[in-house]
Design a protein around this ligand. Structure first.
Ligand code: HEC
Length: 242
């Protein structure tokens, strides 16, 4: 009985090896992808917590190193663990995102990058777009990260969902049956390449509505989006190419 069990397990394990070689998702992909979403959220939150950095990024007196320190504190509150660079692919991904966050903030606070909102604000979503783009470019074609949303709530075309993202957000996340905050992941194409893809929904909260809610939103500057409190207002999307 026991022997039989072990030989079956062994046979199954052997079958896994060619499957892995041909590019099937491995358990650590989920861990890596989730880690990227937590680190992006923890760093975006630094802006929400430090309004001077939003309104006057160059005058706020927050360096890129200080920004990272605050992001790591948020990471620890969110996960219960101190931020630490892990092994292998996960560690490489973490290092690339840390470099992207640091570079994004350094460029904005030094004034080297002045592409901000229409009124010069370093908004959390602008930080997320810049850091995620820098990460994807810096990964040398290995990974991709993006903050996107439903088409009807889109502010900046650069953040537009691709077909897969749209399918998950508008087909699953907005459904009443979808458990709040639950990610969706599967092997799927991205940019013509096979990838492990994971996407995490986010929701409009009170503080979002001034910019993303109807008439008030038009008056401020998130464009003509008419979101409602609690709606799926965004999603963080990750692809790890195989
Ligand atoms: C001060 C106004 C303001 C507030 C408050 C605000 N946003 Fe935004 N949001 C914007 C602007 C402007 C953009 C476009 C950013 C860019 O250029 O990429 C944006 C972009 C986004 C995007 C990227 C997709 C897109 O439409 O381009 C998401 C997702 C998003 N916001 C979600 C939120 C959520 C969730 C909140 C609340 C937690 C929030 N925003 C609060 C102004 C705001």
């Amino acid at each position: 009985m026991t022997r039989n069990f072990f030989s079956k397990t062994f046979a199954a394990a052997c079958l896994c090896i060619p499957a892995l070689a041909s590019g099937v998702a491995i358990a650590s992909d989920e861990d890596t992808a989730r880690e990227l979403t937590v680190l992006l959220k923890s760093s975006r939150a630094v802006l929400v917590q430090n309004k001077p950095l939003i309104f006057d990024p160059q005058g706020a007196g927050i360096s890129a190193d200080k920004f990272l320190e605050l992001a790591y504190a948020n990471y620890e509150s969110a996960t219960g663990n101190a931020f630490a660079i892990g092994d292998g692919d996960k560690g490489a991904a973490q290092e690339m995102l840390v470099a992207a966050i640091k570079g994004t903030v350094a460029d904005v606070v030094s004034g080297a990058d002045i592409e901000l909102s229409d009124d010069g604000r370093f908004l959390p979503a602008i930080f997320a777009r810049k850091a995620a783009t820098r990460f994807s470019e810096g990964s040398g074609g290995k990974m991709y990260l993006k903050l996107t949303t439903q088409d009807k709530y889109l502010v900046n075309e650069a953040n537009k969902a691709d077909d897969w993202e749209r399918g998950v957000i508008e087909g699953k996340f907005v459904s009443d049956d979808w458990p709040k905050g639950e990610t969706f992941a599967e092997m799927a194409e991205h940019d013509g390449k096979s990838a492990y893809r994971l996407i995490l929904p986010e929701y409009y909260k009170e503080g979002c509505m001034g910019c993303h809610g109807g008439a008030a939103g038009e008056a401020i500057h998130a464009g003509k989006v008419e979101g409602n409190l609690g709606d799926v207002g965004g999603a963080i999307s990750v692809a790890i190419y195989k």
